[in-house]
Write a protein that binds this ligand. Structure first.
Ligand code: PEP
Ligand code: MG
Length: 873
């Protein structure tokens, strides 16, 4: 019989896939002798099985839960539902990959109208017992019975107002007794059933609610945003309750072993006296700095500090720890790898190498390459910041700078984002329902909640700027206003958030480019020493090329020459060239374009120094350069001195039914050789000029969209003719390479022929994916999401190389290509060149380089190093 339920003492951290992150770590802490309240875990397999059984807890599972519960009861010496001295448990979800705030927790399960009296008697504290009971009804009502939370919250607020209580700690036992009665009425009214009194029934309902919450919409959105599979399931942890709300010698807290925002090596966290965990995480009361625990509960603090250090050493990584102090005694409730900003991740990784805790390889493997993106973007300009109008200051919950229009609900944030606006989501506090609004926002501002509030944790995970707990703000989500003293801002007004300082400013603030110093450089140097793949960039302007070099690009892998023709003064000449009726007229226009294109190449070569530069000859269908708006057509007709109807006729002639498979790439050169002739002349003259200036340039001329060897032979011949011509005219010989893109399946399959003529291959995986799947790269977005939701595609093949199909063609091309030419240079320049998984695949194929957009260069460098560590050759 399959085991679906494990006591904590039966597990270990190795069993994470089965026990989930929380369960495995509770088991591990138990195993190494830390003070963990007893409990057991229902496995992720049980959750999957629950769905397979048609959303039902089957008999065997019910029995296994009962068995572990009674073992736990024997150990504890009292039972769930026991009237005199009831055992109470918490029920918490715990997926394999931590999903903060996405799954729900139920505390104090086991309380009912009778056991609450027992708890009051054994604890000698009526207030505590009834506070615990009202919390159970509230959480159970929200999570299991799906009653809107505010129905309970508003009653609590009302009670506090009635009693003139500033905080819940000011309420007394009778107040909680009233609240229990009022909450039970809410349950009766909303569900037409009383609050379940039988603890066994409470337990099974809670377990089922955790299983169900795996598939609630916000969990799905979180998983999609974080690329987590929908098929993993969650585990359920059932654990004996310990209480932080037993008086002033009790409390609860959350702490990181290092600062998750900056990476500083200092215990960092929050603590509340006389409270349960929910109060800290939900931001209901503003917690105190963990340092203050030193004065309030000195012994527990000292013990906690030691345990925190021990856990960090044990796991060899920064930990995020939850704990409770029950009448002076410390209990560990959770430890997990702490989520951190990219800046903190780098600092922690580099520091831990220097502390001798991990190796350089481990440090490199610890960074999620995509997270580097956070570091490469601008921060506020210091000068502009000095003059900015500070509105208020909150907590620096997640670093970065964001500047945008304020919106007060997640729906409005999503809508504004869809309209193309940059959004700052402003909330009193966020909850898991806000997740889509957070995804759509550039920054998040909350009035309530601390550094570990939902907003803070989720924003850090997303790499978004967040300021939390800006308590002076008066936010009305209904009126869509935020006010502070004389300032009143409404929906659509601009504010700027500084996630590094917690400052909130009025209006927009200028930003400055990111400065990448210190530990970033150190980590990237380690990555560079480890990787095999070279990293180039896709760039077609000197500015982008310079940026890419700054980010570590080792050459240009794709210079798309067509982009150079879109500039103001060029597009008119280009259009004239395209609309020419005769070769002569076309050559005239091309002669005007040639010096412009040559100057572009000169500028790019200069920026790139001795680094290789691959220039691709014209690729897109020509109609892309033509005007579509009526006013533009009329202006162009005037410039060309043709009638509007004549021009429209020509535009119509050029239009194609399926332009992506039409007259583009090398096919343009077959029909209009003079276009490529002009481009090759510009490249070679530019290279000659650089050579005369003492530089060492080897242009790599790339011919796109080859599917047939004879196409390549034809175009190569005309390229060579121009190269010879430029050589004769200038009296200089400049070295060069001629190669092709592999972006048509036929080219991949016949790569042995193609390599006879090509000195290099560059995989154009955008087109190769389009043509292998038969998905239009411009339209597929419309259905790929649906494909992913329905499990037909796990990943978007335009973002991550489809190894099974497209990858197989690449493998064939590499093998056949090298058979014909052993020194064939191999690279990739499709969008996949900056995707970590695809970079890994390119490493496995043995390519020489990947090429990606400038901002992805560091990501590719790191991903290449990780691939080399994971798959040494
Ligand atoms: C490709 O097809 O992958 C490629 C890099 O070329 P483009 O995107 O310009 O078609
Ligand atoms: Mg292409």
């Amino acid at each position: 019989m399959k085991q679906y339920v494990y006591a904590f003492r039966e597990g270990s951290s190795e069993m994470k896939p089965l026990l989930g992150g929380k369960g495995a770590n509770l088991a591990e802490m138990t195993r190494i002798g830390l003070p963990v309240p007893g409990g057991f875990t229902i496995t992720t397999e049980a959750c999957i099985e629950y769905y397979e059984q048609g959303n039902m807890i089957w008999d065997d599972l019910r029995q296994q839960i009962g068995q572990k519960l009674s073992e736990m009861e024997t150990e504890m010496g009292h039972q769930l539902g026991e009237v005199k001295n009831p055992l109470l448990v918490s029920v918490r979800s715990g997926a394999v990959v931590s999903m903060p705030g996405m799954m729900d927790t139920i505390l104090n399960l086991g309380l009912n109208d009778e056991t609450v009296q027992g708890l009051a008697n054994t604890s000698g504290n009526q207030r505590f017992a009834f506070d615990s009971y009202r919390r159970l009804i509230q959480m159970f009502g929200d999570v299991v019975l799906e009653i809107p939370k505010y129905k309970f919250d508003s009653l609590l607020e009302k009670k506090k107002t009635e009693k003139g209580a500033a905080s819940d700690t000011d309420l007394v036992a009778e107040d909680f007794m009233d609240l229990v009665e009022a909450f039970k009425k809410v349950v009766q009214k909303e569900t037409r059933k009383p609050f379940p009194q039988d603890p066994q029934v409470q337990l099974m309902m809670a377990v089922e609610a955790v299983f169900k919450s795996w598939n609630n919409p916000r969990a799905r959105v979180y998983r999609e945003h974080n690329d987590i599979s929908h098929h993993l399931g969650t585990a359920v942890n059932i654990q004996v309750m310990v209480f932080g709300n037993m008086g002033n010698d009790s409390g609860t807290g959350v702490a990181f072993t290092r600062n998750p925002s900056t990476g500083e090596n200092k215990l960092y966290g929050e603590f509340l006296v006389n409270a349960q965990g929910e109060d800290v995480v939900a931001g209901i009361r503003t917690p105190k700095d963990i340092e203050e625990m030193k004065n309030l509960l000195p012994e527990a603090y000292q013990q906690f500090k030691e345990v925190a250090q021990l856990l960090e050493k044990h796991y060899r990584d920064m930990q995020d720890i939850e704990f409770t102090v029950n009448r002076g005694k410390l209990f560990m409730l959770q430890t997990r790898t702490g989520k951190r900003t990219a800046q903190a991740a780098i600092q922690v990784a580099v520091d831990m190498v220097e502390e001798g805790l991990i190796t350089k390889e481990e440090a490199v493997l610890r960074m999620n390459p995509s997270d580097l993106d956070q570091l490469l973007h601008p921060t506020f300009d210091e000068k502009a910041l000095e003059e900015a109008a500070l509105i208020t200051k909150g907590l620096p919950a997640s670093s970065g700078a964001a500047c945008g229009k304020i919106y007060f609900t997640p729906e409005e944030a999503v809508n504004a984002h869809a309209r193309g606006e940059i959004v700052i989501l402003v909330r009193n506090e966020t909850s898991p329902e806000d997740i889509e609004g957070m995804v759509a926002s550039a920054g998040i501002l909350t009035a309530k909640g601390g550094m570990t509030s939902h907003a803070a944790v989720v924003a850090r995970g997303m790499g978004k700027c967040c300021v939390s707990g800006a308590g002076e703000l008066n936010i009305s989500e209904q009126e869509k206003t935020m006010k502070i003293e004389a300032i009143s801002l409404t929906e659509g007004d601009f504010i700027s958030l500084d996630g590094n300082t917690g400052c909130v400013y009025h209006g927009k603030i200028a930003t400055r480019e990111a400065r990448l110093g210190g530990r970033f450089v150190t980590l990237m140097e380690w990555a560079d020493d480890l990787r095999k793949l070279k990293v180039r960039t896709n760039a077609d302007t000197p500015r982008d090329s310079a940026k890419a070099v700054e980010f570590g690009a080792e050459g240009i892998g794709l210079c798309r020459t067509e982009h150079m023709f879109f500039e103001e003064n060029r597009i008119a000449v280009m259009r004239r060239m395209i609309l020419s009726r005769t070769e002569d007229a076309r050559r005239k226009a091309l002669a005007e374009l040639m010096p412009m294109q040559r100057d572009d190449f000169v500028a790019i070569f200069k920026v790139m120094g001795d680094r290789p530069v691959t220039i691709r000859l014209l690729d897109p269908p020509l109609h892309e350069f033509l005007p579509t708006a009526e006013a533009d057509i009329q202006r162009l007709a005037g410039e060309l001195d043709v009638s509007v109807s004549q021009l429209k006729e020509t535009v119509r002639e050029l239009a194609e039914v399926n332009p992506m498979l039409g007259h583009r790439g090398c096919r343009l050169a077959v029909t209009y050789p003079e276009i490529y002739e002009m481009q090759v002349q510009a490249i070679m003259e530019a290279a000659t000029q650089l050579k005369r200036e003492g530089h060492h340039v080897i242009p790599e001329i790339m011919i796109p969209l080859i599917g047939e060897i004879k196409e390549l032979q034809y175009v190569k011949e005309l390229v060579l003719k121009v190269i010879r011509q430029v050589g004769n005219d200038t009296g200089e010989t400049v070295p060069y390479l001629i190669g092709t893109m592999i972006e048509i399946p036929r080219a991949a399959i016949t790569a042995d022929d193609i390599a006879k003529e090509a000195e290099f291959f560059s995989f154009g995986t955008n087109d190769l994916t389009q043509m292998t799947y038969g998905f239009s790269r411009d339209d597929a977005g419309k259905f790929i999401k649906e494909y992913r939701d329905k499990g037909i595609l796990e990943k978007d093949p335009f973002q991550q190389i489809d190894r099974r199909g497209v990858g197989e063609l690449m493998k064939t091309a590499v093998k056949l290509g090298l058979e014909s030419r052993s020194d064939l240079k191999l690279g990739i320049c499709g969008e996949h060149g900056g995707d970590p998984s695809s970079v890994e695949f390119c490493h496995l194929l043995g390519l020489d380089y990947v090429s990606c957009s400038p901002f992805r260069v560091p990501i590719a460098r790191l991903a290449a190093a990780q691939a080399a560590i994971r798959y040494p050759s």
